[in-house]
Design a protein around this ligand. Structure first.
Ligand code: 5GP
Ligand code: ZN
Length: 134
């Protein structure tokens, strides 16, 4: 398997998928363990691990495809919204180290994701922003 990578194997047709969209640069297919009906992954056919090692020019092309697939899902499914998720590193829940965008259609009102909001302390936020400002 190229790059010892399951998503490369899917892109190469070695492992089957339920394809939603394909062009020369990307492949989009249904997630095998969907969060919701229509949960779709968009991957570049080339292997990059995550957001930080994907060349900016490639990334620009991918995000336009994410928009295109999301717009299609929004019209093809009775969903009310969708999340776009992109995990980097095991700490962020990334399980497949081939960069991918999740498009998760959402049904009904008020669907969140499982982060818990904290209460912002203005002094703490100010110091932090000064520390990390680019
Ligand atoms: P991550 O947690 O890395 O952001 O997301 C990886 C996703 O890939 C998971 O949602 C998982 O269900 C999905 N996945 C893993 N292996 C396969 C596979 O062989 N085929 C498909 N269609 N999805 C997969
Ligand atoms: Zn790969």
């Amino acid at each position: 398997m190229k790059n010892n990578c399951v998503f490369c194997a899917i892109a190469d047709g070695e492992i089957p998928c339920f394809k939603v969209y394909e062009d020369d640069l990307v492949l989009a297919y249904l997630d095998i363990n969907p969060f919701t009906e229509g949960h779709t992954l968009v991957i570049p056919k080339a292997h990059y691990t995550g957001l930080l090692d994907t060349p900016p020019d490639v990334l620009k092309e991918i995000i336009v495809r994410v928009q295109k697939v999301a717009a299609h899902l929004k019209s093809a499914l009775p969903c009310d919204g969708f999340n776009v998720l992109q995990n980097n590193g095991a700490a962020a829940g990334q399980t497949v180290p081939h960069v991918h965008f999740h498009i998760v259609p959402r049904y009904g009102e008020g669907g969140g994701i499982s982060f818990k909001s904290g209460e912002g302390n203005m002094d703490v936020l100010k110091v932090l922003a000064e520390r990390i400002r680019m």
